[in-house]
Design a protein around this ligand. Structure first.
Ligand code: SF4
Ligand code: MG
Length: 309
């Protein structure tokens, strides 16, 4: 992906790691080929950490990532691991921080293919046109572009090695609202055209509403609910998922904005006992403070809550 041996990028990653270092556990899910799997949660929920583990920027202390039947934790054949890794790329939240300001756009976009020793002749120009920029933009530098255009450059770079899976970490949340829909539409079109699979990370259920096939909801490093998109939107079963829906900006019947959710997010390194959501949960009972709820199957939803039914 982006070569993490380059010091400028290392700095970006280190800086983010300090802010978002999160213990994750019991996060287990499958992403179907050519589908969009959305991981949703507040900051500190561990969603970016999961994304970085999928692309190999972080290694889990336990557990594994399996792609096309290749278990990346145990596969001994290095070429096989490299082949599978090249199939998985990542787009980050902040298009400003993830583009080297001293490189021309051509070199930025070509880099993943150049790193594999592949043919980059005309590649950046083709990809820039594919993401709605022009071939002539290849000669420019990142500072000559707007936020939305820079994210398009990041998308072009992610496509350079012809990946099958792209982990998109809040790809539009640093952009102006007016530009967000354009970038999301581009990503949808590219997925159709190229048959891509997305793991789409977001704090905002409304952003993933039109894109996701399945949605997993993370709270303090654990998966608390997972369901097909329509099921989750029609009947969210976990009180935290319901709170996320209430947090989405919306109007009541009188055109007033509804109050945002209450309660602080606890420290993810020292999560509360029992159900980690109990200090914020309007339904919490005594046993919620002592017993951690197991993931249960309810219809086509999986949910970790004592009371969900
Ligand atoms: Fe709320 Fe208890 Fe369910 Fe946790 S287990 S979400 S505290 S009702
Ligand atoms: Mg994040």
């Amino acid at each position: 992906i982006f070569d993490v041996s380059k010091p400028w990028l290392n700095r970006v990653i280190e800086r983010r790691e300090k802010a978002f270092l999160t213990a994750i556990s019991d996060v287990s899910f499958e992403v179907e080929d050519k589908s969009v799997y959305a991981l949703v949660g507040e900051s500190g929920s561990g969603k970016s950490t999961v994304g970085k583990i999928i692309v190999g920027l972080l290694s889990p202390s336990e557990g594994n990532v399996e792609i096309d039947g290749v278990n990346l934790a145990t596969e001994a054949d290095r070429h096989e691991v490299e082949r599978v890794r090249a199939d998985v790329q990542m787009i980050f939240q902040d298009p400003y921080a993830s583009l080297n300001p001293r490189w021309r756009v051509r070199d930025i976009v070509n880099e993943p293919m150049a790193a594999r020793g592949g043919d980059t002749n005309g590649l950046a120009e083709r990809l820039l046109e594919q993401v709605g920029l022009s071939a002539g933009d290849a000669d420019k530098f990142p500072h000559e572009f707007s936020g939305g255009q820079r994210q398009r450059i990041c998308i072009a770079r992610a496509l350079a090695s012809r990946p099958r899976v792209i982990v998109c970490d809040e790809p539009t949340s640093a952009l102006d609202v007016s530009v967000q829909a354009q970038v999301l539409n581009l990503m949808s079109d590219l997925r159709e055209e190229l048959g891509l699979t997305y793991v789409f990370i977001s704090h905002d259920l409304t952003v993933v509403q039109h894109m996701a096939d399945r949605i997993g909801v993370l709270y303090l490093g654990r998966l608390v609910e997972e369901a097909p998109r329509d099921t989750l939107f029609a009947s969210p079963k976990h009180p935290y998922t319901q709170m996320l829906f209430d947090a989405a900006p919306r109007m009541d019947g009188f055109g007033r904005e509804v109050d945002p959710p209450k309660g602080e997010i606890p420290d993810p390194i020292n999560p509360p006992s029992g159900c980690a959501f109990h200090p914020r949960c309007p339904l919490a009972e005594q046993r919620c403070k002592q017993e951690r709820p197991e993931m249960r199957q309810l219809g086509d939803t999986r949910v970790a809550c004592h009371l969900a039914e």
